[in-house]
Design a protein around this ligand. Structure first.
Ligand code: ZN
Length: 59
């Protein structure tokens, strides 16, 4: 299966706070790994856990 790679795609990191269950999405940065902890939650200062890394294609 061959896919055109001409479209720009941006990777995003989705994470969930362990304490207040807030879900946030931000641009993927190097070092992000699924099920590792990211930065602290901005709402409650709890730990954010990375739950998903995905790409979105932009036109
Ligand atoms: Zn929180």
């Amino acid at each position: 299966m061959s896919k055109s790679k001409n479209k720009l795609s941006t990777c995003y990191t989705s994470m969930e706070c362990n304490s207040c269950k807030t879900i946030k999405k931000r641009k993927f940065t190097e070092g992000d790994v699924v099920f590792s902890t990211a930065e602290n939650c901005s709402d409650c200062d709890g730990k954010m856990l990375i739950t998903k890394i995905f790409g979105e294609t932009m036109d």
